[in-house]
Design a protein around this ligand. Structure first.
Ligand code: ACK
Length: 849
């Protein structure tokens, strides 16, 4: 429509000088038909200052200069209509036109080819079409973002931009491969944020399988895993995100995969110049793109991170280990006992000296051989047994039979069943026998453990009776409690799982395997909750240090009866943490629901909370910059796990320094999940009347309107980062003269180019300046007023971790003035004032809505 507007302007400018009404109408008709057709016919030209707009005004084609580029060069490209420059396709990536070359143009030539000619008539780019009967051939921009040259007589597309992609995958595109030539469509990143020429990263279908690969040059750096049903086996959380999924299809000699996303709005996948695939979705209400999903997102996503026969588990502190039956050797993981087969076994192929061990829920190894028409797991196993070089197999109805011969590469452990596939690893039988005790041994174990369990039960029964005596007066209450929550008589004999006590919502798992610890044991461990053992007071009650009979050090969170954390919050926390496991989340050792007590037992963190460390003049010298940066990264990874990488989408809602615990090596662990919420797969925001959290860390939309989302956690993370960098508490900091809080002060320094002045003076300038600047930059991005302006944790981890990451400019953060925070200082709880601090406590505000 820009052409139409421009021509209207010309026409009106001309009319006063005497042009007739007829001529004016003719110009307008011509202009409108030109724009409405959204097309070029043979001989048609598109000059540097002209554009074509798709019929439904979705996309626009024309010449552009990349946003932020210092050079004045023009590329022919397609972008979203009426949205801040978002380029989805570029034609002349390597041969830009000079902006002052006013004669340059895109032309649909006589032979039906689309060519870019510079002012001297030289061809700068061509679609490469040549048709013997070009009559009526036209080029049109569709509402899908596809620029198509079509032969009028047949209606057959001669050329499509969708089949010559650059760095963006749009919803109507297809990943495809020619099944004969094995040639696949390849997406290539830009060289930099402002240079559309082909960069080093590319994405496309594998030559043989239904798998997508991301390459750096010719080296694979990530892969999706095979398509199983409609989701990729190597991408966790995918089923949740893509309800309609990915659709494989074979048409003639073309194999292709299209996407049917559940999201109806504008969306695009971009292979960015740093080598990440990021899915952006358009938020109509804020008029902004937000990054919704991205990969690679953890260290184990890196292709073959742990080498052949290694397995990578991102939730462990040491992420690499060897597969069972393999051990570390000089060249990586090597088999402990060779598998007997033809050549080294008298019984030849299929010799019974080998068997299979199940490795559940893994990203299937690379380079599987697909065996067609196998109907059962047993048949698939037989295929593997009959092939001496077969090292593993997998069978799933959607995948049929896959076998691997030779080395097993790029295996990642996923957090839970349902993700990835179960593979069956071929091992020598002696390896399996080690794992499977002989039946007679099992029988002896069973008899002995039954006798021990009965003895323990009798012993603890008498102990329990003995302890209950003084509490006769509360018998009635106890009766009520114990009918709802059955106490377990002892930890050792505790076989009651959460299945029996926790309400199990549809689709959720129970916290199986987490022990219930009886109250007597907890009392003994904490010297009957003595004051000497008290570590402090959390928002929901006191926390005590203790030691279990086996010697394990624990922290016991005793929920006070008067606390806001009722049974619901308690159950919430137990169920959540039991299901989540990550090195940056605190580990729940057990819990106790007995008499009127609700108690959570955690692993003990010798360095207590970040709050206690960071704001203590004596302890702070121990936190040098390197440690602080590792803490920031650890919290970011823990949060990324909660938001994206675990099976659930969890919003913590109360992230703050006092909820970050530090282990012996100062590795941070996110704790306190009392307020956390599980989000549905497609749920991005929840409205609540019950605003709970901690002022200063609460995002504006949550504090003021009760709206929370993963971006509320991102806000709290940003505050935390600025606190860690500055060593200043959000709720205590006030720049008196400027009336600024920590966010406002950070922003002021940033704008003045003096951000490094924010650094904690106790560091005495000892730091990695680049890391400090990145932390401040990311911190400011995270505390933006609008949730959509805040990056997702996926981007945060990337931006913090890579000096090359492209960081956009922050705007003024939320609550930049102090007065908002003065209100926050009023929050407090009852209890021993020794243990209270201003921002340690979680508050609840009930707002009328
Ligand atoms: O800041 P702190 O010393 O560390 O005081 C608080 C207090 O209990 C109330 O939350 C401490 N705390 C909580 N959980 C643990 C834990 N797992 N290990 C050690 N200290 C803990 C926290």
């Amino acid at each position: 429509m820009r052409i139409l507007t421009r021509m209207r302007r010309i026409a009106f400018a001309a009319s006063p000088s005497g042009l007739s009404f007829v001529l004016l109408s003719w110009i307008l008709v011509l202009a409108s038909s030109y724009a409405q057709n959204s097309s070029l016919s043979i001989g048609g030209k598109l000059k540097l200052n002209q554009t074509i707009i798709s019929g439904g005004k979705e996309f626009e084609l024309g010449f552009f200069t990349p946003r932020g580029s210092a050079s004045n060069q023009r590329y022919l490209g397609i972008w979203y209509y009426n949205i801040t420059q978002t380029v989805v396709w570029v034609a002349n990536r390597e041969n830009p036109i000079a902006a002052d070359d006013s004669d340059a143009a895109l032309v649909l030539s006589d032979n039906g080819d689309a060519v870019i000619l510079d002012g001297s008539g030289k061809t700068v780019w061509s679609a490469g079409v040549s048709t013997p009967s070009p009559n009526g051939t036209f080029a049109r921009l569709d509402d899908t973002g596809n620029f198509v040259i079509t032969q009028a007589s047949t209606g057959v597309p001669l050329w499509e931009s969708f089949r010559h992609p650059t760095d963006t995958f749009l919803r109507d595109m297809r990943f495809s491969r020619n099944t004969t030539t094995k040639q696949a469509l390849v997406w290539t990143s830009w060289k930099s944020a402002t240079d559309p020429s082909p960069g080093q990263f590319s994405l496309g279908l594998d030559h043989n399988s239904s798998e997508l690969y991301l390459w750096n040059g010719s080296v694979p750096i990530w892969r999706t895993g095979l398509l199983k049903g409609r989701t990729f086996t190597g991408v966790t959380t995918m089923s949740a995100f893509y309800i309609f999924g990915f659709n494989p299809e074979t048409n003639g000699d073309e194999f292709s995969i299209s996407v049917s996303p559940s999201f109806a709005g504008k969306m695009r996948f971009v292979l960015d110049y740093t080598g990440s695939i990021v899915e952006y979705r358009w938020n109509e209400s804020s008029g902004k793109w937000f990054d919704y999903w991205g990969r690679p997102s953890n260290k184990c996503d890196s292709y073959n991170r742990c080498g052949a026969f290694g397995i990578c588990d991102p939730s462990r502190s040491s992420i690499c280990s060897c597969l069972p039956g393999f051990e570390q050797s000089s060249g990586g993981c090597a088999r402990r006992i060779p598998v007997g087969c033809a050549g080294n076994s008298s019984s030849g192929p299929g010799s019974d000296s080998s068997g299979f061990l199940t490795i559940p829920a893994v990203k299937p190894p690379d380079q599987a051989l697909w065996i067609r028409s196998i109907q059962s797991k047993d048949d698939c196993q037989a295929v593997c047994l009959n092939n001496c070089s077969c090292t593993a197999f997998a069978y799933a109805p959607d995948l049929e039979c896959m076998i691997w011969t030779g080395r097993l590469l790029d295996i990642q452990q996923f957090p839970s069943p349902g993700n990835g596939v179960d593979i069956y690893l071929r091992l020598d039988r002696s390896e399996l026998e080690n794992k499977k005790p002989k039946p007679w041994k099992v029988a002896i174990y069973v008899v002995i453990s039954t006798i021990v369990a009965i003895c323990c039960a009798i012993f603890f029964y008498f102990m329990w009776r003995h302890r209950r005596k003084p509490r006769e007066s509360t018998k009635e209450e106890e009766k009520r409690e114990s009918t709802a929550y059955r106490p377990c008589s002892s930890m050792n004999s505790c076989s009651v799982s959460f299945d029996t006590i926790l309400p199990n919502k549809e689709g959720e798992e129970t916290g199986q395997g987490l022990p219930l610890i009886d109250l007597g044991t907890v009392r003994d461990a904490t010297s009957n909750f003595s004051n000497e053992n008290k570590l402090g007071e959390g928002g929901f009650g006191p926390v005590y240090r203790g030691k279990l009979p086996e010697g394990q050090e624990i922290a016991v969170k005793r929920l006070s009866r008067s606390s806001g954390q009722g049974l619901e919050e308690f159950m919430n926390e137990v169920k959540l943490i039991a299901k989540l496991q990550h090195r940056n989340l605190v580990k729940l050792v057990g819990c106790c629901i007995e008499e009127q007590e609700k108690i959570l037992i955690y692993e003990y963190m010798p360095n207590k909370s970040l709050d206690a460390f960071l704001f203590d003049k004596k302890l702070i010298p121990q936190l040098d910059w390197g440690k602080r940066f590792r803490i920031v990264m650890g919290i970011a990874r823990g949060l990324l796990y909660l938001h994206q990488d675990s099976r659930l989408k969890v919003v913590h809602r109360d992230l703050k320094a006092s909820n970050i615990l530090l282990d012996a090596t100062l590795n941070p662990k996110i704790s306190d999940f009392g307020l956390a919420r599980i989000f549905g797969a497609d749920q991005s925001q929840v409205n609540t009347c019950r605003v709970m959290g901690t002022y200063g860390y609460m995002s504006p939309e949550y504090a003021m309107e009760g709206r929370f989302s993963i971006k509320s956690d991102v806000f709290s993370f940003g505050v935390l980062v600025l606190e860690i960098v500055s060593g200043k508490r959000m709720t205590r900091f006030q720049h008196e003269e400027l009336n600024l809080n920590l966010l406002g002060y950070s922003w002021k320094l940033w704008k003045e180019g003096k951000a490094l002045e924010l650094l904690d003076p106790s560091l005495d300038g000892q730091c990695n300046e680049d890391e400090v600047m990145r932390c401040i930059h990311v911190g400011l991005l995270c505390v933006q007023d609008e949730a959509t302006d805040r990056p997702a944790m996926f981007s945060v981890v990337q931006m913090l971790g890579s000096a090359a990451a492209n960081l956009y400019e922050p705007q003024m953060p939320a609550y930049s003035r102090r007065r908002h925070l003065l209100e926050s200082d009023t929050s407090s709880t009852d209890g021993d004032p020794r243990f209270q601090s201003i921002n340690k406590h979680t508050i609840t505000i009930v707002e009328a809505r």
